[in-house]
Ligand binder design. Structure first.
Ligand code: IFM
Length: 400
């Protein structure tokens, strides 16, 4: 049975807004602090990884991991239109240096949901010059990316296309304490990704890949949220449509990429009305998602088939739970499915767990995905047993 590659990446992922704190010039900061904000929590200081990244990476490397996915924050680097900050670029450059010094391969995301406020407020991705503006930012940071092998252009473009259509529903919510999540879940069950925005993001991505290839030595790809949809009997045609709109389109776009980022957490059946909302169940995670560690295997096999054999990197997989033994059980099963896919010939280059740290889950701190807990008053980090467990998998280069 084919095992994992010798250079398999074992690591964990974060995104800037979710861990850094005080992302003051971003659209998300503006949304969170608006009087009508539906979010129960503000990101605030987050877990102050902006200042404590060295400690975070040291914990990951010390456990035995060899990779760390993190992002550059465009809103910090270009806080006003055309005003680029060399100091902020150097901050991320230092992060790359720190990762390499610790033996962690940096996997760098260029855009993970947050936009500079000036860009978002002037149309965001719908601006006619969106690709020019994004590639200008990439060109500016390119000197810092010379030692990076893996660059993710846009994180979850399919979720961006979906959020565009649910934004109104989300921002109608005026009460707090979990209502946003409920509203979001309901809205997500009812709406479809905005294909026009998906087409735009595909064009932006293709331009970004060109610029990454021209200005760095890295492999370029994008990272897509895969819901591992399955058809219910008699609804195969609806399934085909839903799968294409939500994921298949984004897999197709990746055919010319150097790698494809698989992000899988759960699986959803599709009936005549579309994706079936996760029914309430005691096994559901803290995000309300069905406990489906097999989703990773479904996602990997689909990505492999539908991209026509583009090398895969698992850029996110994990579970929001307060019970770390469940995190280990979930990840054990998910990795079992990954190893089976590899044995069947799927080219998987690495596994990056979501997330390195408990962090800001887009409006809430309650869903804890981290391998490391953080006290948000003192910022003290406490590694969970799952970190040592994943590190042991890394040292063995496999589950067993
Ligand atoms: O926290 C998010 C991340 O930002 C994008 N992918 C899914 C994660 C869990 O919801």
């Amino acid at each position: 049975m084919a095992g994992l590659r010798k250079d398999f990446l074992w690591g964990a992922s974060t995104s800037p807004h979710q861990v850094e704190g005080n992302n003051l010039n971003s659209d998300w900061w503006a949304l969170e602090t608006a009087p009508t904000s539906p979010f129960p929590d503000l990101s605030g200081d987050a877990v102050d990884s902006y200042h404590r990244y060295n400690e975070d990476m040291t914990l990951l490397a010390g456990a035995g991991l060899n990779a760390y996915r993190f992002g550059f924050e465009w809103a910090r680097i270009e806080p006003a239109d055309g005003q680029f900050s060399r100091a902020e670029r150097d901050h991320y450059w230092r992060m790359i240096d720190a990762a390499l010094r610790l033996g962690l391969k940096p996997v760098v995301t260029l855009h993970h949901f947050t936009l500079p406020r000036w860009f978002a407020e002037s149309g965001g991705w719908r601006r006619p010059d969106a690709a020019d503006r994004f590639t200008r930012y990439i060109e500016f940071i390119a000197p810092a990316l010379q030692e990076v092998d893996w660059i993710c252009t846009i994180n979850e473009p399919n979720m961006l296309a979906l959020f565009a259509t649910i934004q109104e529903a989300l921002f109608k919510v005026t009460d707090s304490q979990g209502a946003a999540a409920t509203e979001l879940a309901t809205a997500m069950a009812q709406v479809r990704p905005d294909q026009a925005l998906g087409d735009t993001l595909a064009q932006v991505h293709r331009r970004a890949v060109e610029v990454v290839r021209a200005t760095t030595n890295a492999k370029a790809g994008w990272t897509v949220a895969q819901q591992a949809f399955t058809p219910t009997e008699g609804n195969e045609d609806v399934f085909e449509r839903v799968h294409h709109e939500w994921e298949g389109f984004y897999l197709d776009v990746a055919r010319d990429d150097d790698f494809f980022g698989v992000q899988a957490y759960t699986s959803q059946p599709v009936d005549a009305n579309g994706p079936v909302p996760h029914p309430q169940h005691p096994d559901n995670s803290l995000t309300g998602w069905a406990y489906r560690p097999d989703a990773l295997g479904i996602a990997l096999r689909r990505a492999w088939d539908e991209t026509g054999g583009v090398p895969l990197l698992v850029t996110e997989n994990g579970i929001a739970t307060a019970d770390d033994t469940r995190r280990i059980a979930y990840t054990t099963e998910a990795l079992g499915h990954l190893e089976k896919a590899v044995a069947d010939g799927v080219d998987v280059r690495g596994y990056l767990h979501w997330s390195a740290l408990d962090n800001y889950e887009w409006g809430r701190y309650a869903p804890t995905f981290g391998l490391i807990a953080v006290d948000r008053e003192t910022f003290v980090r406490t590694p969970k047993p799952s970190l040592a467990w994943l590190g042991a998998c890394a040292r063995r280069n496999g589950l067993h």
